[in-house]
Write a protein of this length. Structure first.
Length: 118
């Protein structure tokens, strides 16, 4: 049953993103940032963690999950280090994810042959 709910919740998040692309004049970059900010806000309030408990990877993999991890990292760092945690917590929490994105982006650039749009 967990796989079912992960699929449904993750799919609903993706459907919302697709509807925003199709029905509004928002650019994909603005939608991306909006999803991350919404995840940060919901994570900061502690609400997104309930969704993660229910849907698992269906809630952690999409962009709001990234925002949730940032908020959780900041909360934890503020508790441990005080005000400096506001600056360092998000970086510490997402270091692994950002590193993987950079490494695989670089590897993809090495094996692909980009072409300019005409």
């Amino acid at each position: 049953m967990n796989l079912f709910w992960a699929f449904v919740i993750g799919g609903l998040i993706c459907v919302v993103g697709q509807l925003l692309i199709d029905l509004t004049k928002l650019t994909p970059a603005r939608i991306l940032v909006s999803f991350v900010v919404i995840g940060c806000i919901l994570g900061g309030l502690g609400w997104y963690d309930r969704l993660v408990e229910f849907a698992g990877a269906g809630a952690t993999v999409p962009l709001p999950g990234f925002g949730n991890v940032l908020a959780r990292g900041v909360r934890r760092a503020v508790d441990e280090r005080g005000l400096i945690g506001v600056v360092t917590g998000g970086f510490t929490a997402m270091a692994g994810g950002v590193t993987v994105a950079i490494v695989f982006g670089y590897l993809s650039a090495l094996v692909s042959s980009p072409k300019a749009k005409e």
